[in-house]
Structure formats: structure tokens, C-alpha cells
Write a protein that binds this ligand. Structure first.
Ligand code: ATP
Ligand code: TZP
Ligand code: MG
Ligand code: MG
Length: 267
């Protein structure tokens, strides 16, 4: 998994993002810091051409509207046709019927390789009842995140990554739990959105999407821990800057040394 980081940097994959207005700049800077090449392109007239030449396509419904959803579907179909991996971040699914319906519409029309969201978003798109407040996950209570991810992977016929204190990624058959991360990530808007794009960067260089996703989650979680440890990191502001610095500085050895990944047992 650590070597994938080097592969990704050597390849410098183009990541086509159709994302939300809150996180656009942070996502572009995060991908650049890590060693990928971001592009944001939304016009219906160009998204098919951009998706075709990209290493991965990331669809994010954070500030969606009808036109944007149509662009996402056009881009997604082009990516599917040309073997480009597609990732979906169903930001705020469940918060409004339009969000849920749009996420489901994309999943219905486009073959999505990885869905990455918080527990509430994933629960909502598979019709499980769980609280969501705006774009943030509510209380997860006794909910078993691994079981939810497995169920979602089966129901959506895709790999599902659910993030939170611990992250889980599964294809419904096998999977991984990633223990890395830091609570300051919850205080930086776009930390989840950038992560979905980072998952995209790893799928661009590894055909085994589950392995790519697991590596991306570990790299991101370790980088966040390194950022929180940095001298001068006192709160979300300096942490956000240090996260960019650590996405740039993190080495395969750091991932080997600090990554805490365990297999999902008994699915
Ligand atoms: P939300 O809107 O619920 O915050 P999100 O889309 O921002 O969701 P997160 O679940 O916050 O996505 O995941 C983004 C990153 O933050 C992941 O690397 C995850 O491991 C990490 N993370 C989230 N919560 C915690 C936590 N309490 N402790 C450590 N890491 C966390
Ligand atoms: N509102 C619409 S999209 C968005 C907000 C605050 C960003 C959500 O980003 P993340 O990564 O899910 O925290
Ligand atoms: Mg978060
Ligand atoms: Mg999110």
C-alpha cells in the first residue's frame, strides 16, 4: 500500500473533479500537494472530453443543482466508456429529498467504482434511517459501520468507504478498517471531499480499487496525524495548512510505520 503513494506521485494522474463551491480550492491544493494533477470542469459541453482523458473522475453533490447533476451523468458515462474510475461523494444525502434522489440517479445511470461518505449519507442512500444534519454525520449510536458498509456495497453493487473515527472500505466480500485520522479533520470543511478526490488519485494508478482505496485512506489518515503533531498546530486553521504540508511531505515509510490497517473480519 505504501508503494502506491510513490506510483501515484510518479504518475501524477489527472483527476477530474465535479465538486462543490465550498471545497474547490482546498481539493485542488490537496491533490497538488499529494502529487496528483487536479482539474475542475463542469460544463456539459466539455465534461465528456475531460473525463475521457482523466485518471479518475470524482463526482461530489455538495452544492448541486439540476444542471450539475446532468453534467455529472454525462461525465460519468464518458468515464465508464473509457475505463476511467468514477467516485461519488454523496454529500448531505438524506438532508433533502433532492440530494438523495440525485445521488441515486447518478448511481442508477453511472457505474460508480467507489462511494465515499459519512455513515449517515451512506445509510440514507440505501434507505436506512439515520440522522443527518446538513452535510455532517449525526450520532451513529450503536450502528455497526462495517455492517452498514457491507450492506451498502451489496445494495449499490460498488465499493463503499464509510469514514469517521475509524474508516471502513469494502466491496461487500472483503474489506479493511483504517484506524488513522485525527479529530481536527472534523473541524475543516472539505476534509471529506478532499479525501474522496485522494481516493480518486489512487484508483488512477491501481486497478484493484479496494487496495487503492485502502491505501488512500491510510495515507490521508497518517498525514492528518502528522499534521496535528506539527509544532504550531493549535487549531483548525493551522491544521488545515499543515495537512497540505503533510500530504506533500508524507513518504511511503511514514505510511508503513504509522498506518494502522486491519482486515474486516467475518463479513
Ligand atoms: P462529516 O461531514 O460527517 O464530517 P466528511 O465527509 O467530512 O463527513 P469524515 O467522515 O469527516 O468525512 O472523514 C474525513 C476524514 O476525517 C477521514 O480521514 C476520517 O478518518 C477522518 N475523521 C473523521 N472523524 C474523525 C474522528 N472523530 N477522529 C479521527 N479522524 C476522523
Ligand atoms: N455545504 C455544502 S458542501 C459542504 C458544505 C459545508 C462541504 C462539505 O465538505 P465535507 O468534506 O463533507 O466536510
Ligand atoms: Mg468531516
Ligand atoms: Mg462529506
Amino acid at each position: 500500500m505504501a508503494l502506491l503513494l510513490q506510483n501515484m506521485r510518479d504518475t501524477n494522474p489527472l483527476i477530474h473533479n465535479i465538486t462543490n463551491v465550498v471545497v474547490t480550492n482546498f481539493t485542488a491544493n490537496g491533490l497538488l500537494a499529494l502529487g496528483a494533477s487536479p482539474v475542475m470542469a463542469y460544463a456539459k459541453e466539455e465534461v465528456a472530453d475531460m473525463a475521457r482523458i482523466a485518471g479518475a473522475l470524482v463526482l461530489n453533490i455538495g452544492t448541486l443543482n439540476e444542471e450539475l447533476v446532468e453534467s455529472m451523468i454525462v461525465a460519468g458515462l464518458s468515464a465508464n466508456e473509457h475505463g476511467v474510475p468514477v467516485l461519488l461523494d454523496p454529500v448531505g444525502a438524506g438532508a433533502t429529498p433532492f440530494r438523495t434522489a440525485s445521488a441515486l440517479r447518478i448511481l442508477d445511470r453511472v457505474k460508480v467504482d467507489i462511494v465515499r461518505g459519512n455513515a449517515a449519507e451512506v445509510a440514507q442512500i440505501i434507505g436506512e434511517d439515520m440522522q443527518i444534519k446538513g452535510v455532517d454525520a449525526g450520532e451513529t449510536g450503536d450502528l455497526n459501520i462495517s455492517q452498514l458498509a457491507v450492506k451498502a456495497a451489496h445494495q449499490l453493487n460498488t465499493i463503499v468507504a464509510i469514514t469517521g473515527k475509524e474508516d471502513v472500505i469494502t466491496d461487500g466480500r472483503i474489506g479493511w478498517i483504517i484506524e488513522n485520522g485525527h479529530s481536527l479533520l472534523t473541524k475543516v470543511t472539505g476534509a471529506g471531499c478532499l479525501l474522496t478526490s485522494v481516493l480518486g488519485a489512487f484508483t488512477a494508478v491501481e486497478n484493484d480499487r479496494l487496495t487503492a482505496g485502502m491505501a488512500a485512506l491510510a495515507v490521508y489518515g497518517v498525514a492528518a496525524e502528522m499534521a496535528a503533531e506539527r509544532k504550531g498546530t493549535e487549531g483548525p486553521g493551522s491544521f488545515q495548512i499543515e495537512l497540505l504540508n503533510m500530504l506533500f511531505a508524507i513518504t511511503p515509510d511514514d505510511v508503513r510505520q504509522y498506518g494502522r490497517v486491519r482486515p474486516l473480519d467475518r463479513i
